[in-house]
Structure formats: C-alpha cells, structure tokens
Ligand binder design. Structure first.
Ligand SMILES: Cc1cc2nc3c(=O)[nH]c(=O)nc-3n(C[C@H](O)[C@H](O)[C@H](O)COP(=O)(O)OP(=O)(O)OC[C@H]3O[C@@H](n4cnc5c(N)ncnc54)[C@H](O)[C@@H]3O)c2cc1C
Length: 392
C-alpha cells in the first residue's frame, strides 16, 4: 500500500504528488484517462499562460471573494513562485506586454515532460486508466479494483472539456451538501447572427470597451458562427452569466462630442457607412457589428457607437467553458484543504469552489492548492506516524 494516493493527474494532482514524494512518502497517482495532463496540454495550445506577473495584492483581487485558504495558498505560491517552479524544470519563461507569463516555446509539452521526469525520479507511480468511482474503488480495464492509502488528495478538475477528463462525475462520490453547483466560467455566449455576419466569423473585434454590470474592460474578442468568444468576453463572462447585458464602446478613444464633430466635418454626400469608415476609421468588423446590433442606424450614431447593445442568448454549453465555477465548498475543508468530514482526504485545483478570469490565474491557483494539499497531506502522514510509530 502506498502512503499517499492522488486522484487526478492534472497540474493540481501532479503538484500534490511531488510535494508528498519530496517529503519522503511513497505516492501513487490514479488518472482516469490513458495519459496525464490532457487539459494542461490543451492550455498549451494557446501558449500556456502560466501566471500573471503582477504584485500579489492586485493578483489576489482577481479571485472572486477569495476564500482565506485559497489566499493563503497563493501567498505561499504566487506568480513569482510559479515562474521559479517552471524555470526550475528547465523552461525559459517570458512576460508579455500585458504581464501574462508564458514558456518561450509557447506550449505545455516540454514543461509536462520535465515535470513527469522529476516525479519519476522522486519515485511517484502513475496508474492511468484508473477512474475513481467513490470510496477506495477504481474502474480499470481489468475491472474494478480497490486502492487504499492513509492519505488521499483528490484533484479531479472542474466540469468542462469532459473529453480531457474533467467531467465533474467525482461530485457524485461526495456528500451533495458539500458541492456548490457547477457553472460555466470564462465561456463564450450565443448570438443569433443574421446571414450577412458570416463573412466576419473568426475575426477579432479589436480595441473595444466591453461593459457588463459593474465590469468594464478594454480588450478584444472574436466573432464566431455561434456568437462571441475570446479574452474580452471571458473577462466579463461572470457578469453576463449572472444576467448583465453586454454593451460595447466601439470607439474608446473618442467622446460622443468628438464623434459628432468628426461626422459633421465629413463629406455630406457620403452615405452614413462611408462617413463612419472615412471620418471615424471604423473597420469593417465594427461596422458590421454596428449595422447588426443597431438597425436602423440613427441619423446621429454617436451615442450608439459608445453604447452598442449586443443581444446575447445565453452562455455556450458548460462543457465548452475554459473553466467552471462551483465544486467542493471551502466550508467543507479545513485550512490545510482536508475534508472536515473525512480525515486524511484532501482536495485541490479546479474541483474547489473558486472562480477567476483567464490570464494565468487558473493554473496558478491549481498549482498553489495542489502544493498546499500535498504539504498538508504530508504533515498528516507525519502526525499519524508520530502517533503510532509501528505503522511507519
Ligand atoms: C482550452 C483551454 C485553455 C486553457 N488555457 C489556460 C491558460 O492559458 N492559463 C490558465 O491558467 N488556465 C488555462 N486553462 C484552465 C486550466 O487548464 C485548468 O484550470 C487546469 O488544468 C485545472 O487543473 P486541475 O489539475 O485542477 O484539473 P485538470 O487539469 O482538469 O485535471 C484533472 C485530472 O483528473 C482526472 N480525473 C477526473 N476525474 C477522475 C476520476 N474520477 N478518477 C481519476 N482521475 C480523474 C482527469 O482526467 C484529469 O486528468 C485552460 C483550459 C482550457 C480548456
């Protein structure tokens, strides 16, 4: 029997496994899928934004109502520690102009390979195709098996991109009262576009201000056949999910009066579209959006250009979301991420009930909570050993 069992081989589980193994414990990781870190590798397809290079207080402000345990995990393992960790695995990192931090190779596979080699050196055993089905039971290709250990860290991920392993099925193996309902986070939204928008699908809408409820951000987003997606939309997705309307400022650098003055100076013979294009340099994508969302255009479009309502029809399905809110409630855990109702069982990563935007905040919190859960599990094992030395 191993000293410690880790369920789930994503970033949170692998971090916990390393922490336990470095403390001298024999660790087995059980992963449902045929290979490890599938969502981590998927995150690498867009460059692997590992963290955000910013001081800790503004960094922490991105975690909605940041629970004290998460804050303490991030204070021990924040942006700088995430960068140091990746560099200690031989990965050169760089900070982009927005402060977001990536490996210079802009992918996750070299980092994951180096990480697995380190875990292998530490003696960690990884069993793939071992799907936890509750208690000490796992489904494997050879049938059901029981694997027990004095300490267990659950790191089964959230409830999106089920094909990569994080299907949220783990929630049914825990007490329902401990689970906050899953909700999509950092997701796209549906829009019922008219056919003339088709030629703009896949194109970015650049340098706009997106407004939703109290949230406001200057960013870009992408038009797709099904609606809107991308960084700017994800940044306001929580407010939109909770029912706020989406309004765009298509010309953030101009006031309404400046827009009016520029239009007044333009050639009177030009159509309104030509005036918008020539006098305001409105690009074809923004012009199409304006015509789509503000038909018929008013004679004076200056107000609508700064306050364009986009008619959303709800979020895209949760399985397509970058992350999920909801999961194991922090009230069910102690300050070492151990389940109060199940001593010796710890939890980490996206399966916990926290929410943050994209931009490196997700992975940093998964790594930080994985580290804290692993460290707490190691302390729990040491305590067990001290209390009953014959077990050692
Ligand atoms: C397209 C995309 C791009 C992203 N890009 C970024 C980014 O650039 N930066 C960022 O910070 N975040 C990004 N994320 C989010 C980030 O990848 C996740 O938040 C992170 O992987 C979660 O880590 P985790 O270890 O908690 O869970 P996961 O990575 O989901 O790992 C959980 C593991 O547990 C296994 N598992 C689940 N149930 C069981 C079970 N019953 N038994 C055994 N094993 C089980 C799963 O198979 C999986 O391997 C992105 C996500 C997506 C989908």
């Amino acid at each position: 029997m191993a000293d410690a069992l880790v369920i789930g081989a994503g970033p949170a589980g692998l971090m916990a496994a390393g922490e336990l193994a470095r403390a001298g414990y024999d660790v087995t990781v059980c992963e449902a899928k045929p290979s490890v870190g599938r969502k981590f590798l998927m995150a690498g397809k867009s460059g692997l934004n590992l963290t955000k290079n910013e001081p800790l207080d503004p960094f922490l402000a991105n975690y909605l109502d940041c629970p004290p345990v998460l804050e303490s995990a991030l204070r021990s393992f924040g942006p700088q520690e995430a960068i140091n960790w990746a560099e200690s695995l031989g990965q050169a990192m760089f900070t982009g102009s927005s402060g977001r931090v990536f490996p210079t190779v802009m992918k996750a596979s070299p980092l994951l390979r180096a990480w697995l080699a380190e875990l292998d050196k530490l003696g960690v055993t990884i069993l793939t195709r071992h799907c936890w089905i509750g208690g000490s039971f796992f489904d494997t290709p050879q049938g059901q098996t029981s694997i027990d250990a004095p300490a267990t860290v659950m790191a089964c991920g959230g409830a999106s991109w089920a094909r990569l392993g994080s299907d949220g099925a783990w929630a049914s193996h825990l007490d329902a009262g401990q689970i906050a309902p899953f909700k999509p986070a950092n997701m796209g939204f549906l829009v019922d576009w008219s056919p003339h928008m088709a030629k703009h699908f896949g194109q970015p809408v650049k340098a706009v201000i997106l407004k939703a409820g109290n949230a406001q951000i200057q960013a870009e987003f992408v038009l797709s056949a099904k609606g809107v997606e991308g960084g700017g939309i994800y940044a306001v997705s929580r407010e939109l999910r909770e029912g706020a309307a989406l309004t765009l400022d298509l010309l953030p650098d101009l006031t309404e009066d400046q827009i009016r003055a520029k239009l007044a100076k333009s050639n009177r013979k030009d159509s309104l579209s030509n005036k918008l294009r020539k006098a305001l340099k409105l690009d074809p994508v923004k012009l199409a959006l304006l015509n789509e969302c503000a038909r018929p255009l008013p004679d004076d479009p200056s107000h609508i250009l700064k306050n364009l309502p986009v008619p959303l029809q709800g979020p895209r399905p949760m399985d397509e979301a970058i992350s999920t809110a909801g999961g194991l409630r922090f009230e069910a855990l102690d300050d070492g991420l151990m389940l109060k109702a199940r001593p010796g069982w710890f939890a980490a990563g996206e399966m916990l009930d926290w929410e943050a935007p994209t931009g490196g905040y997700l992975l940093t919190a998964c790594l930080a909570t994985g580290k804290l859960a692993g460290r707490s599990a190691a302390a729990y094992l040491l305590d067990l050993k001290n209390r009953s030395p014959s077990r050692a």
